[in-house]
Design a protein around this ligand. Structure first.
Ligand code: FES
Ligand SMILES: [Fe+2]
Length: 346
Protein backbone atom coordinates (compact mmCIF):
# COMPACT_ATOMS: atom_id res chain seq x y z
CA UNK A 1 0.00 0.00 0.00
CA UNK A 2 1.37 3.44 -0.87
CA UNK A 3 1.90 5.91 1.90
CA UNK A 4 1.19 9.62 1.57
CA UNK A 5 3.64 11.13 4.02
CA UNK A 6 6.55 10.07 6.23
CA UNK A 7 4.51 10.96 9.28
CA UNK A 8 1.44 8.92 8.36
CA UNK A 9 0.36 7.14 11.54
CA UNK A 10 -1.54 4.53 9.57
CA UNK A 11 1.45 3.48 7.45
CA UNK A 12 3.68 3.46 10.52
CA UNK A 13 1.43 1.04 12.38
CA UNK A 14 0.97 -1.18 9.33
CA UNK A 15 4.74 -1.34 8.78
CA UNK A 16 5.30 -1.96 12.48
CA UNK A 17 3.12 -5.04 12.56
CA UNK A 18 4.59 -6.26 9.25
CA UNK A 19 8.21 -5.90 10.32
CA UNK A 20 7.71 -7.37 13.79
CA UNK A 21 6.58 -10.53 11.98
CA UNK A 22 8.99 -10.42 9.04
CA UNK A 23 12.21 -8.58 9.81
CA UNK A 24 15.59 -9.93 10.80
CA UNK A 25 17.84 -7.51 12.69
CA UNK A 26 21.62 -7.96 12.53
CA UNK A 27 22.32 -7.45 16.23
CA UNK A 28 25.90 -8.59 16.59
CA UNK A 29 28.62 -11.20 16.37
CA UNK A 30 29.52 -14.16 18.57
CA UNK A 31 32.80 -12.47 19.59
CA UNK A 32 30.71 -10.10 21.74
CA UNK A 33 29.30 -13.02 23.73
CA UNK A 34 32.32 -15.09 24.66
CA UNK A 35 32.00 -15.01 28.45
CA UNK A 36 29.02 -16.10 30.50
CA UNK A 37 27.08 -12.96 31.42
CA UNK A 38 28.08 -10.93 28.33
CA UNK A 39 25.10 -8.93 27.13
CA UNK A 40 24.02 -6.24 24.71
CA UNK A 41 20.70 -4.37 24.54
CA UNK A 42 18.86 -2.85 21.61
CA UNK A 43 15.66 -0.80 21.51
CA UNK A 44 13.04 -1.83 18.96
CA UNK A 45 9.83 0.19 18.88
CA UNK A 46 8.79 0.62 22.52
CA UNK A 47 10.73 -2.43 23.70
CA UNK A 48 14.19 -2.86 25.09
CA UNK A 49 15.62 -6.28 24.15
CA UNK A 50 18.65 -7.97 25.72
CA UNK A 51 20.87 -10.49 23.98
CA UNK A 52 22.56 -12.48 26.77
CA UNK A 53 25.16 -15.24 27.00
CA UNK A 54 24.19 -17.97 29.48
CA UNK A 55 26.57 -20.82 30.23
CA UNK A 56 26.22 -22.31 26.77
CA UNK A 57 23.49 -20.54 24.90
CA UNK A 58 23.01 -16.99 23.65
CA UNK A 59 19.36 -15.99 24.18
CA UNK A 60 17.27 -12.86 23.72
CA UNK A 61 14.47 -11.56 25.93
CA UNK A 62 12.48 -8.39 26.32
CA UNK A 63 14.37 -6.44 28.97
CA UNK A 64 11.38 -6.17 31.29
CA UNK A 65 11.15 -7.92 34.63
CA UNK A 66 7.93 -9.90 35.05
CA UNK A 67 7.55 -8.69 38.65
CA UNK A 68 6.85 -4.98 38.18
CA UNK A 69 8.42 -4.21 34.81
CA UNK A 70 11.84 -2.81 35.70
CA UNK A 71 14.61 -2.94 33.07
CA UNK A 72 16.90 -5.80 34.08
CA UNK A 73 19.87 -4.37 32.16
CA UNK A 74 20.33 -0.61 32.22
CA UNK A 75 23.53 -0.33 30.17
CA UNK A 76 23.77 -0.92 26.42
CA UNK A 77 26.53 -3.51 26.85
CA UNK A 78 28.34 -5.25 29.67
CA UNK A 79 28.78 -8.40 31.71
CA UNK A 80 26.49 -9.22 34.61
CA UNK A 81 24.26 -11.83 36.20
CA UNK A 82 20.66 -12.06 34.96
CA UNK A 83 19.15 -10.40 38.04
CA UNK A 84 16.68 -7.53 38.18
CA UNK A 85 18.18 -4.59 40.12
CA UNK A 86 14.85 -3.66 41.76
CA UNK A 87 13.95 -6.67 43.96
CA UNK A 88 16.60 -9.14 42.75
CA UNK A 89 14.44 -11.64 40.88
CA UNK A 90 16.74 -13.82 38.78
CA UNK A 91 16.12 -15.68 35.51
CA UNK A 92 17.39 -18.75 33.65
CA UNK A 93 18.23 -19.41 29.99
CA UNK A 94 14.56 -20.06 29.14
CA UNK A 95 13.45 -16.78 30.69
CA UNK A 96 11.94 -18.57 33.70
CA UNK A 97 12.11 -16.99 37.14
CA UNK A 98 14.89 -18.79 39.00
CA UNK A 99 14.90 -17.14 42.37
CA UNK A 100 12.57 -14.74 44.18
CA UNK A 101 13.86 -13.23 47.43
CA UNK A 102 11.47 -13.84 50.36
CA UNK A 103 9.29 -15.86 48.01
CA UNK A 104 7.41 -17.81 50.67
CA UNK A 105 6.84 -14.75 52.84
CA UNK A 106 5.73 -12.44 50.05
CA UNK A 107 4.05 -14.47 47.30
CA UNK A 108 1.94 -17.45 46.42
CA UNK A 109 3.15 -18.05 42.91
CA UNK A 110 3.50 -20.83 40.39
CA UNK A 111 6.93 -19.78 39.14
CA UNK A 112 6.92 -22.20 36.21
CA UNK A 113 4.14 -20.23 34.57
CA UNK A 114 5.86 -16.85 34.45
CA UNK A 115 8.45 -16.11 31.82
CA UNK A 116 10.16 -13.22 30.13
CA UNK A 117 9.04 -12.52 26.59
CA UNK A 118 11.44 -14.39 24.31
CA UNK A 119 12.94 -13.31 20.98
CA UNK A 120 14.67 -15.70 18.63
CA UNK A 121 18.22 -15.67 17.36
CA UNK A 122 19.40 -17.12 14.11
CA UNK A 123 23.00 -17.35 12.98
CA UNK A 124 24.78 -16.73 9.70
CA UNK A 125 28.17 -18.14 10.65
CA UNK A 126 29.03 -16.04 13.68
CA UNK A 127 26.70 -13.15 12.87
CA UNK A 128 23.62 -12.98 15.09
CA UNK A 129 20.25 -12.00 13.71
CA UNK A 130 17.24 -11.31 15.91
CA UNK A 131 13.63 -12.01 15.00
CA UNK A 132 10.33 -12.18 16.81
CA UNK A 133 8.63 -15.49 17.49
CA UNK A 134 6.03 -14.54 14.88
CA UNK A 135 8.65 -14.62 12.12
CA UNK A 136 8.47 -17.96 10.31
CA UNK A 137 10.89 -17.14 7.46
CA UNK A 138 14.28 -18.87 7.66
CA UNK A 139 17.40 -16.69 7.76
CA UNK A 140 18.78 -18.60 4.77
CA UNK A 141 15.74 -17.65 2.76
CA UNK A 142 15.81 -14.06 4.02
CA UNK A 143 19.46 -13.60 2.98
CA UNK A 144 19.28 -15.69 -0.21
CA UNK A 145 22.58 -15.75 -2.11
CA UNK A 146 24.13 -13.41 0.43
CA UNK A 147 24.11 -16.08 3.14
CA UNK A 148 27.44 -17.68 2.17
CA UNK A 149 29.47 -14.49 1.55
CA UNK A 150 28.19 -13.07 4.85
CA UNK A 151 29.07 -16.28 6.66
CA UNK A 152 32.60 -15.95 5.28
CA UNK A 153 32.90 -12.37 6.57
CA UNK A 154 31.66 -13.47 9.99
CA UNK A 155 34.42 -16.08 10.22
CA UNK A 156 37.01 -13.41 9.47
CA UNK A 157 35.97 -11.16 12.38
CA UNK A 158 37.79 -11.52 15.66
CA UNK A 159 37.02 -8.56 17.88
CA UNK A 160 34.39 -5.92 18.63
CA UNK A 161 36.00 -2.54 19.29
CA UNK A 162 32.97 -0.28 19.77
CA UNK A 163 29.22 -0.30 20.39
CA UNK A 164 27.26 2.96 20.36
CA UNK A 165 23.56 3.69 20.63
CA UNK A 166 22.26 7.01 19.37
CA UNK A 167 18.82 8.61 19.46
CA UNK A 168 17.96 10.59 16.35
CA UNK A 169 14.88 12.82 16.21
CA UNK A 170 13.93 11.68 12.74
CA UNK A 171 11.66 9.09 11.17
CA UNK A 172 13.55 5.80 10.70
CA UNK A 173 12.99 5.75 6.94
CA UNK A 174 14.84 9.04 6.48
CA UNK A 175 17.73 7.50 8.46
CA UNK A 176 17.83 4.35 6.32
CA UNK A 177 17.57 6.40 3.14
CA UNK A 178 20.53 8.48 4.28
CA UNK A 179 22.55 5.32 4.91
CA UNK A 180 21.97 4.09 1.36
CA UNK A 181 22.63 7.48 -0.21
CA UNK A 182 26.13 7.37 -1.75
CA UNK A 183 25.71 10.80 -3.32
CA UNK A 184 26.11 12.75 -0.07
CA UNK A 185 29.15 10.86 1.22
CA UNK A 186 31.78 13.03 -0.43
CA UNK A 187 30.02 16.35 0.26
CA UNK A 188 28.63 16.09 3.77
CA UNK A 189 31.48 13.99 5.17
CA UNK A 190 34.28 16.37 4.24
CA UNK A 191 36.91 15.17 6.68
CA UNK A 192 36.19 11.46 6.32
CA UNK A 193 34.50 9.83 3.31
CA UNK A 194 35.57 12.62 0.93
CA UNK A 195 39.18 11.47 1.31
CA UNK A 196 38.34 7.79 1.03
CA UNK A 197 35.79 7.24 -1.74
CA UNK A 198 35.59 7.52 -5.48
CA UNK A 199 31.94 8.23 -6.27
CA UNK A 200 31.38 5.36 -8.72
CA UNK A 201 28.90 3.07 -6.99
CA UNK A 202 27.87 -0.29 -8.45
CA UNK A 203 24.65 -1.87 -7.25
CA UNK A 204 23.36 -5.40 -6.87
CA UNK A 205 19.82 -5.57 -5.55
CA UNK A 206 18.02 -8.81 -4.83
CA UNK A 207 14.99 -9.11 -2.56
CA UNK A 208 16.03 -8.15 0.97
CA UNK A 209 19.68 -7.63 0.13
CA UNK A 210 20.72 -4.30 -1.40
CA UNK A 211 24.44 -4.25 -2.10
CA UNK A 212 26.71 -1.42 -3.16
CA UNK A 213 30.41 -1.40 -3.94
CA UNK A 214 32.54 1.63 -4.69
CA UNK A 215 36.24 2.13 -5.51
CA UNK A 216 38.54 3.80 -2.99
CA UNK A 217 40.40 7.02 -3.68
CA UNK A 218 44.06 6.80 -4.74
CA UNK A 219 44.91 8.97 -1.79
CA UNK A 220 43.39 6.52 0.71
CA UNK A 221 45.05 3.48 -0.91
CA UNK A 222 48.38 5.31 -0.81
CA UNK A 223 48.02 6.29 2.85
CA UNK A 224 46.89 2.84 3.91
CA UNK A 225 50.05 1.28 2.43
CA UNK A 226 51.86 2.10 5.68
CA UNK A 227 49.90 -0.47 7.67
CA UNK A 228 48.67 -2.69 4.84
CA UNK A 229 51.11 -5.50 5.66
CA UNK A 230 49.43 -6.12 9.00
CA UNK A 231 46.27 -7.34 7.23
CA UNK A 232 45.41 -10.46 5.25
CA UNK A 233 42.92 -10.70 2.36
CA UNK A 234 42.28 -7.01 1.76
CA UNK A 235 40.25 -5.87 -1.26
CA UNK A 236 40.22 -2.51 -3.00
CA UNK A 237 36.63 -1.38 -2.46
CA UNK A 238 34.23 0.16 0.00
CA UNK A 239 31.13 -2.00 0.41
CA UNK A 240 27.78 -1.29 2.01
CA UNK A 241 24.91 -3.79 2.15
CA UNK A 242 21.43 -3.09 3.47
CA UNK A 243 19.40 -6.01 4.82
CA UNK A 244 15.92 -4.66 4.29
CA UNK A 245 14.70 -2.75 6.14
CA UNK A 246 16.79 -1.95 9.24
CA UNK A 247 20.30 -3.42 9.22
CA UNK A 248 23.47 -2.87 7.29
CA UNK A 249 27.07 -3.95 7.14
CA UNK A 250 29.86 -1.94 5.59
CA UNK A 251 33.59 -2.22 5.21
CA UNK A 252 36.53 -0.33 3.79
CA UNK A 253 38.90 -2.79 2.10
CA UNK A 254 37.93 -5.47 4.64
CA UNK A 255 40.23 -3.75 7.18
CA UNK A 256 37.28 -3.08 9.57
CA UNK A 257 33.56 -3.91 9.64
CA UNK A 258 30.62 -1.75 10.69
CA UNK A 259 27.15 -3.00 11.58
CA UNK A 260 24.39 -0.45 11.85
CA UNK A 261 20.70 -0.54 12.67
CA UNK A 262 18.06 2.13 12.24
CA UNK A 263 15.28 0.90 14.48
CA UNK A 264 12.05 2.87 14.88
CA UNK A 265 11.24 4.06 18.38
CA UNK A 266 8.10 5.87 17.25
CA UNK A 267 7.15 7.81 14.13
CA UNK A 268 9.45 10.72 14.99
CA UNK A 269 12.39 8.99 16.64
CA UNK A 270 14.94 6.37 15.67
CA UNK A 271 17.25 4.19 17.75
CA UNK A 272 20.52 3.98 15.89
CA UNK A 273 23.08 1.34 16.78
CA UNK A 274 26.64 1.04 15.56
CA UNK A 275 29.04 -1.82 16.23
CA UNK A 276 32.59 -1.89 14.89
CA UNK A 277 34.73 -5.00 14.43
CA UNK A 278 38.27 -5.80 13.44
CA UNK A 279 39.13 -8.73 11.17
CA UNK A 280 41.68 -11.40 12.01
CA UNK A 281 45.08 -9.88 11.24
CA UNK A 282 48.64 -9.50 12.41
CA UNK A 283 47.55 -6.37 14.33
CA UNK A 284 46.77 -8.69 17.22
CA UNK A 285 50.47 -9.04 17.86
CA UNK A 286 50.98 -5.27 17.84
CA UNK A 287 48.70 -3.82 20.51
CA UNK A 288 49.94 -0.25 20.05
CA UNK A 289 49.17 -0.20 16.33
CA UNK A 290 45.91 -2.10 16.92
CA UNK A 291 44.81 0.52 19.45
CA UNK A 292 45.79 3.34 17.12
CA UNK A 293 43.93 1.78 14.19
CA UNK A 294 40.85 1.02 16.36
CA UNK A 295 40.71 4.61 17.60
CA UNK A 296 40.97 5.89 14.02
CA UNK A 297 37.99 3.70 13.01
CA UNK A 298 35.91 4.79 16.02
CA UNK A 299 36.67 8.48 15.46
CA UNK A 300 35.94 8.22 11.71
CA UNK A 301 32.62 6.51 12.40
CA UNK A 302 31.58 8.88 15.16
CA UNK A 303 32.22 11.93 13.02
CA UNK A 304 30.06 10.51 10.22
CA UNK A 305 27.26 9.63 12.65
CA UNK A 306 27.15 13.14 14.10
CA UNK A 307 26.96 14.69 10.65
CA UNK A 308 24.29 12.19 9.54
CA UNK A 309 22.24 12.80 12.69
CA UNK A 310 22.08 16.55 12.03
CA UNK A 311 21.15 15.98 8.38
CA UNK A 312 18.44 13.38 9.11
CA UNK A 313 16.88 15.61 11.76
CA UNK A 314 17.03 18.59 9.42
CA UNK A 315 15.45 16.64 6.55
CA UNK A 316 12.68 15.20 8.72
CA UNK A 317 11.71 18.59 10.13
CA UNK A 318 11.26 19.72 6.52
CA UNK A 319 9.66 16.73 4.82
CA UNK A 320 7.34 15.37 7.52
CA UNK A 321 4.31 16.12 5.42
CA UNK A 322 5.82 15.51 1.99
CA UNK A 323 4.80 12.69 -0.25
CA UNK A 324 8.15 10.91 -0.83
CA UNK A 325 7.15 10.62 -4.49
CA UNK A 326 7.78 14.36 -4.89
CA UNK A 327 11.51 13.92 -4.25
CA UNK A 328 14.05 13.65 -7.06
CA UNK A 329 16.18 10.51 -6.85
CA UNK A 330 19.27 10.02 -9.03
CA UNK A 331 21.57 7.15 -10.00
CA UNK A 332 24.00 7.80 -7.15
CA UNK A 333 21.28 7.14 -4.59
CA UNK A 334 19.63 4.34 -6.49
CA UNK A 335 18.90 2.05 -3.55
CA UNK A 336 16.49 4.65 -2.13
CA UNK A 337 14.15 3.78 -5.02
CA UNK A 338 14.40 0.05 -4.30
CA UNK A 339 13.86 0.66 -0.59
CA UNK A 340 10.75 2.78 -1.22
CA UNK A 341 9.35 0.33 -3.73
CA UNK A 342 9.63 -2.50 -1.22
CA UNK A 343 8.02 -0.40 1.49
CA UNK A 344 5.16 0.53 -0.82
CA UNK A 345 4.28 -3.14 -1.18
CA UNK A 346 3.60 -3.52 2.53
S1 FES B 1 10.63 -5.30 39.18
FE1 FES B 1 12.18 -6.75 38.91
S2 FES B 1 12.33 -7.73 40.77
FE2 FES B 1 10.78 -6.30 41.10
FE1 LIG C 1 26.29 9.91 5.77
Amino acid sequence: MKKNTYSSEKSFLREKSFFISNAYILVGHRCEFEKKGDYKTIDFFEKSITIYKFKEKISAFTNKCVHRGCKIFTKSKGNSTFVCPYHAWSYDHLGRVKNIPFEKKAFKLNKTKIRLEEWFLDFCGDFIFLKSKKNKISLKKFLGQEFDPLLKISKNIYKCIDYQVYKWASNWQICVENSIDEYHAVFLHKTTFRNVLKLEPKYEIKNNVMKMKMPLSKNYIEKFKKIKDYFNNLNDTYMHTLFFPYSSISSTMGNSYYIQNYLPKDINNTNVTSTIYLPKSKLKKNPVIEKFFSNTCIKFNNEIFNEDKDICESIYSNVKNDNPKEHIIGNLELRINSFRKKLDKI
